[in-house]
Design a protein around this ligand. Sequence first.
Ligand code: AR6
Length: 169
Amino acid sequence: MIKILKADITTLQVDAIVNAANNSLLGGGGVDGAIHRAAGPQLRQYNQTLGGCPTGEARISPGFELPARYVISTVGPVWHGGNQGEAGLLENAYRNSFRIAQDNGIETIAFPAISTGVYAYPKEQAARIALGAMKDFENKFEQIIVACHSEGDVEIYRKISKEFERAKG
Ligand code: AR6
């Protein structure tokens, strides 16, 4: 089941929340900053042992002080206009997050809208890629949550979701 919600991802009681991190995995602004603040300083300490993460890949850490058991950090692409492999990299970020979740027995997982903040990926195009990957993994998970930061983002995801349903016929 895929659920689209307006939520602060740091408050969700799921097996794993996904972080839209940067290559260092050591924290930043946006959702990354919020997750590091809520998890506490141990997340940064733990991530220092991981040695960073290339764009499109994912790494897993304990959730520390978060209600979620794990944080899966992935790095989405910076938007440079769309001709620099951004779509493939964003898709990889979602798919590799799902794969590492499966490897760790995770059944409930929440995602933010990766790359659509500081990294400036156009929101509708990003939602189409996110929901496409989510549909492919839907039957492998008990619950997949899209944690939107605003009502506007909820509307974008709902609209794209309806497009997918219609295309399915
Ligand atoms: N819960 C859910 N979504 C959130 C939250 C939250 N608490 N806070 C922000 N968002 P961004 P990016 C949404 O900029 O574009 C960091 O500095 C936000 O509204 O967090 O992948 C990293 O260290 C937007 O829809 O991530 C990197 O340097 C979405 O999360 C860089 O930003 C993603 O926005 C990554 O940029």
